[in-house]
Design a protein around this ligand. Structure first.
Ligand SMILES: [Zn+2]
Length: 108
């Protein structure tokens, strides 16, 4: 699957010839994603459909977890917390994140 196969409505065109692999096969591509500065990503809000850079979202620092809300509709798009040696990331409110990658796989 490439990014062009994924649409803003959260679906992906897997095609009839798609192979089904163990989730471990996603480790490489996901390592590329989570090694970048995610705050530069353009985020499509699952609540209102608006697209805004994560850096322009509203952070509620007093919440028990880090909570980023959409600047248009105030819907929660991202929650993050770490405790006890575990990190928890909830992107339920983010329909799509788009990051520009340079040719070497780093953000550019
Ligand atoms: Zn929104």
């Amino acid at each position: 699957m490439t990014t062009s196969d994924m649409t803003a409505d959260g679906t992906a065109d897997e095609g009839p010839e798609s192979r089904r692999l163990d989730g471990n096969a996603a480790a490489g591509p996901l390592r590329e994603l989570f090694s970048v500065d995610i705050i530069a990503a353009a985020c499509t809000c699952a609540h209102c459909g608006g697209t805004t850079a994560l850096a322009e979202h509203v952070l509620y620092a007093d919440a028990p977890a880090l909570v980023l809300r959409c600047p248009s509709c105030t819907g929660v798009v991202l929650r993050y917390a770490s405790a006890g040696g575990q990190a928890r990331l909830d992107l339920t409110g983010a329909r799509l994140l788009v990051l520009d990658l340079a040719h070497d796989g780093r953000p550019g």
